[in-house]
Design a protein around this ligand. Structure first.
Ligand code: NAD
Ligand code: TYD
Length: 353
């Protein structure tokens, strides 16, 4: 079996669902169920003996060691993280605790387990770290996209914590020869995306007739990838990636935030027209994020050339699917918009001009 951490979050739950849809190999899913973890994402697996969920923290040495000893997974895929840049700005500690110390604990537990395995199992074992393009920092408008050789220049507490984790992963390979793989992916979107991030926040706010808060001038650029394409990239790297290497994953799809918001508005207007008028009337420019990175863009040629992965979803089809998913899952949205979510929205946007 494989051990997935953070498998109740946005990308992790998509990964677990996709994995079990195309493989018979069981998944052991370790997740602390923070505000971002949601077992409802995995409801379709209820009663499926191939999915074993464990409620626990990647920073808990006893839990991780016990799971490794009892289930002897052939691979550990680390999705677990605090993942929201704005939350890292208002409270960085949790990011250091999970993203850095949690990863350190996983690496140490895995190393002890791995070093005692028989040789064939040791050679086949993989530790895959799910990382981000944000570790590379911000690009000038006309600079070439990030390759795997780009210097790490993290700018937000979130990016710094992910960069630290990547450095630990690298060191565990270099020093202990642990067979690690690292993927650095651009911004994902799709089903089960927590509505604190740009695309789902805009969808749920627009449906509720609330303002659509665009930071600053809205001309910051991100490279958007459909989550299913990211999950397939991770499966590909796990299967064929070379230990010790990084693989950049992206959608060749750079877009300014304001254009993303306009497209969300247009799709909602088409699929569920608002008698009050076009949703674009709700767009509101608010105070910018401190230290806001201006542009991210991924050069994904390496994974394409060496491992044969390519994105399959276009942005037009992926965004349409995503908007449709939110329209069809109003109950999921209601469920995640709990008291804690409302408190975050009030704290984050209440005071923004
Ligand atoms: P998410 O915030 O939606 O989910 C994170 C999951 O990790 C949640 O289920 C949460 O309960 C769990 N978790 C948090 N702390 C934990 C701990 N200490 N122990 C165990 N579980 C814990 O995040 P996501 O968007 O699904 O991102 C998953 C991974 O992908 C992260 O490592 C993130 O850095 C990376 N990534 C995300 C994106 C993106 O666009 N969302 C892009 C590139 C890389
Ligand atoms: P986000 O989804 O938080 O991802 P990241 O910061 O990891 O790229 O934000 C995507 C972009 O959208 C980013 O440039 C910040 C911007 N943004 C807004 O303009 N308004 C918002 O309310 C949010 C959450 C993000």
């Amino acid at each position: 079996m494989i051990l997935v951490t953070g498998g109740a979050g946005f990308i992790g739950s998509n990964f677990v669902l996709d994995w079990l849809a195309c493989s018979d190999e069981p998944v052991l899913n370790l997740d602390a169920l923070t505000y971002a973890g949601n077992l409802r994402n995995l409801a379709s697996l209820d009663g499926n003996p191939k999915h074993l969920f464990v409620h626990g923290d990647i920073g808990d040495r006893t839990v991780v060691a016990e799971l490794l000893a009892r289930h002897r997974p052939r691979a550990v895929l680390n999705f677990a993280a605090e993942s929201h840049v704005d939350r890292s700005i208002s409270g960085p500690e949790a990011f250091l605790r999970t993203n850095v110390m949690g990863t350190l604990n996983l690496l140490e537990s895995v190393r002890q387990h791995w070093s005692a395995l028989p040789e064939a199992e040791r050679a086949a074992f993989r530790f895959l770290q799910v990382s981000t393009d944000e570790v590379y920092g911000s690009l000038a408008p006309d600079a070439p996209a990030f390759t795997e050789l780009h210097r790490y220049e993290p700018n937000s507490p979130y990016a710094a914590s992910k960069a630290s984790a990547d450095h630990l992963v690298r060191a565990w390979h270099h020093t202990y020869r642990l067979p690690v793989l690292t993927t650095n992916c651009s911004n994902n979107y799709g089903p089960f995306h927590f509505p604190e991030k740009l695309i789902p926040l805009m969808i749920v706010n627009a449906l509720a007739g609330k303002p659509l808060p665009v930071y600053g001038d809205g001309m910051q650029v991100r490279d958007w990838l459909y989550v299913g394409d990211h999950c397939r990239a991770i499966r590909t790297v796990l299967e064929r990636g070379v230990p010790g290497e990084h693989y950049n994953v992206g959608g060749w799809n750079e877009q300014a935030n304001i254009d993303i918001v306009r497209q969300v508005c247009a799709l909602l207007d088409e699929m569920q027209p608002d008698p009050a008028g076009p949703r674009s009337r709700l767009i509101t420019h608010v105070t910018d994020r401190p230290g806001h990175d201006r542009r991210y863009a991924i050069d994904a040629r390496r994974i394409e050339r060496e491992l044969g992965w390519r994105p399959q979803e276009t942005f037009a089809s992926g965004l349409r699917r995503t908007v449709r998913w939110y329209l069809d899952h109003a109950d999921w949205v209601r469920d995640v918009q709990s008291g804690a979510y409302r408190e975050w929205v009030a704290q984050q946007y209440g005071a923004r001009a």
